[in-house]
Design a protein around this ligand. Structure first.
Ligand code: ADP
Ligand code: MG
Length: 206
């Protein structure tokens, strides 16, 4: 998703996005050219665009958290930092090829598993109705997302305390007499992040 959205953003006048997958063996020759990559069998996912491309300076910073060239309202600069985290956690490797004015390819290599894929587990079907009776504190600064989340959670029977900011959430929690079983919160919010809110609530709860 992140890679394809970046490809779209790089082609404001339109263009072509190509998504490829392949089983690839990274060999000794490849490792010589890319010392961070370990030799072995990988599943490769490549996303290519015919967009604006990147110069060397930009290219060297794209995985840094909060690095963006899209302006404060448009980019968070967290997309590729997140991709990097996920790929590294999985023992994978990323390569970036880019030419200014021509386009960009990001290739993700994930170590291939020798195990057979697990088939669908029969007991996880939706035969058991999903239903809860607990109380959830829902915190989201964006109205549309907040309303949708509230509708979905309420439709499963949860009792909701709804707040639009960290400060608002702390007040709701304070006013609420019964227990709060779960906090469902946005992370990036002005003034107080979801994480800071969770930490403050955890102190109150203990
Ligand atoms: N396909 C691409 N073509 C050109 N530049 C890109 C591409 N993908 C990423 N970039 C550059 O990397 C930066 C960081 O990307 P990302 O971490 O996804 O954050 P964001 O998309 O919020 O800016 C972008 O702002 C852009 O400068
Ligand atoms: Mg992005």
């Amino acid at each position: 998703m992140n890679l394809v959205i970046n490809a779209r953003d790089a082609m404001p006048q339109g263009g072509k996005v190509t998504i490829e997958t392949a089983n690839i063996e990274l060999d000794e020759t490849y490792q010589h050219a890319h010392p961070q990559a370990l030799q072995g069998q990988y599943a490769m996912l490549a996303v290519t665009d015919t967009g604006c491309g990147m110069d060397e300076v930009t290219k060297s910073q794209i995985f840094e958290p909060f690095f963006t060239t899209k302006g404060p309202e448009k980019g968070t600069g967290l997309g590729l930092a997140t991709v990097w985290g996920i790929v590294k956690q999985s023992g994978g490797h990323i390569e970036v090829y880019s030419e200014v004015g021509l386009g960009t390819t990001l290739k993700i290599y994930l170590p291939r598993s020798r195990d057979r894929a697990e088939g669908p587990r029969s007991h996880v079907g939706l035969s058991k109705p999903l239903h809860g009776a607990e109380t959830i504190l829902l915190v989201e600064d964006e109205e549309g997302v907040r309303e949708l989340a509230a509708i979905v959670l309420q439709s499963y029977g949860y009792t909701l305390l709804v707040a639009h900011s960290g400060a608002d959430a702390l007040q709701s929690a304070e006013r609420h007499k019964g227990p709060i079983h779960l906090l469902v919160s946005d992370v990036v919010m002005p003034n107080m992040s979801g994480r800071q809110l969770a930490e403050r609530l955890a102190v109150v709860a203990t």
